[in-house]
Design a binder for this molecule. Structure first.
Ligand code: DSN
Length: 443
């Protein structure tokens, strides 16, 4: 086989990757679950390790030739244990959803009751939402947030007492406040449930000391590795001391649930890159990064609120915020998302608690600061970005989502044409590009 680099071997894919790189260089990436990894993480995840099969665990593989793979996986495991302060870590789950599936498989039987935060209130699909395996295979009950945007413990406690869940999830994808690990642990302990903290969004903040750790309170901790942790796609599943006290077999059960329960061969290039990211997250400058992510989010939230935008829970304690657009109209999220994208600000439409519209046409937008903080932006830039976002929202605030599917399709096509021509958006995009050029990507 010829040793050709991608550029000559497959110019079509090469050019598309380059195009994506240019896009990323010139936009503000503000989807709060995304980040820009280091060159070292990219190098490990694009490495020759992708070729190797290694079903099993270090020292107990079903294939030969795993001498170095064992060392890599052991390094990833020991860094995860050291970084989070846990006695057991599994680094093989392909991503967050498979990791959470493995947790259910490890500690529940099909049909057992489970409990998690309602998806439309910021929770995650895998915490018991009806369209996910977790809602289909288990008897799921969901707790909500109150009108002020904070988790409703009274409801969670009452549901736990009534349904006696075997597993309770704390952690969410669109929750702007500190996660109440201690309070949820009290509820789980009262009913004898396993408490699993899904810290996918905040893992980097936890490691950097910018958010309390769930480790003293939860039995199990899961996280993806590519959000604030700034690693490759992937996930960790960890058992805490408290978890091993509740069930000394918990670590083994988690490992068996991942393999052979749900997955085949681990993605070794991913494992190596996770090890690199965990190494980076233990450097002192990662603490500075994590705190800056939160300071930037607070500054951005202030900038938005000062311009009259309403935030769910009136602010943020972490890396993200949810803008509630219902003061203008329901279902405006898609208009704001697409107009902001045209202006070079990438974020996502999102439901808000008690959303009067639907998940596909929600009434909010979700945005965060992990990636723009990686580029080196600080509070001064957040103030400016908040001003641009408010200006863009002003451009779309009078839009109204038509009621019928047919009308919507015609209306949204016209909207796409309108925003492509919009002079204000073009002007902001230029300014965004200018700002981005001063803050290069890490690769
Ligand atoms: N897709 C992730 C997020 O954006 O939060 C959750 O799985």
């Amino acid at each position: 086989m010829d040793k050709k680099p991608l550029k000559t071997a497959d110019p079509a894919i090469y050019d598309l990757i380059q195009a994506e790189l240019s896009r990323r260089r010139t936009v503000l990436e503000m989807i709060p679950s995304e980040n820009h990894t280091s060159l070292a993480v990219l190098e490990a995840s694009g490495s020759i390790l992708t070729d190797k099969y290694s079903e099993g665990y270090p020292g107990k593989r079903y294939y030969a030739g795993n001498e170095y793979i064992d060392k890599i996986e052991n390094l990833a495991i020991s860094r995860a244990k050291q970084a989070f302060g846990v006695p057991h870590a599994n680094v093989q789950a392909y991503s967050g959803t498979p990791a959470n599936f493995a947790v259910h498989f490890a500690v529940c039987q099909a049909g057992d009751p489970i409990m998690g935060q309602n998806l439309l209130d910021g929770g995650h699909l895998t915490h018991g939402w009806k369209t996910s395996f977790s809602g289909a295979f288990y008897k799921s009950v969901q707790y909500h947030v109150k009108a002020d945007g904070y988790i409703d413990f009274d409801e969670a406690r009452a549901l736990a007492r009534e349904h006696k869940p075997k597993l309770i999830w704390v952690g969410a994808s669109a929750y702007a406040r500190q996660f109440p690990f201690k309070e949820m642990a009290e509820i789980a302990d009262e009913v004898g449930a396993f408490l699993a903290a899904d810290i996918a969004h905040i893992a980097g903040l936890v490691l950097g000391g910018a958010h309390p750790s769930p480790v003293p309170y939860a039995h199990i901790v899961t996280t993806t590795t590519h959000k604030t942790l700034r690693g490759p796609r992937g996930a960790l599943i960890m058992a805490t001391e408290k978890g091993l006290q509740k069930d000394p077999e918990l670590g083994d059960k988690i490992d068996k649930a991942v393999f052979p329960g749900l997955q085949g061969g681990p993605h070794n290039h991913q494992t190596a890159a996770i090890a690199v990211a965990l190494g980076e997250a233990m450097w002192p400058d990662f603490k500075t990064y994590a705190h800056q992510v939160v300071s930037n989010a607070k500054a951005l939230a202030q900038s938005l609120m000062a311009r009259g935008l309403k935030l769910v829970s009136n602010g943020t304690d972490n890396h993200l915020m949810l803008v509630d657009l219902t003061p203008f109209a329901k279902g405006l999220g898609v208009f704001a998302q697409d107009a902001l994208d045209k202006a070079g600000i990438t974020l996502n439409k999102n439901t808000i608690p008690q959303d009067p519209s639907s998940p596909f046409y929600p009434s909010g937008i979700r945005l965060g600061t992990p990636a723009i903080t990686t580029r080196g932006m600080k509070e001064k830039e957040m103030e400016q970005i908040g001003a641009w976002i408010a200006e863009v929202v002003q451009e779309v605030q009078d839009r109204r989502l038509p009621e019928t599917k047919e009308e919507r399709s015609v209306y949204l096509k016209q909207f796409a044409r309108d925003i492509a021509e919009n002079e204000k958006l073009k002007e902001i995009k230029k300014k965004v590009e200018e700002l981005c050029s001063q803050f290069p990507l890490p690769y």
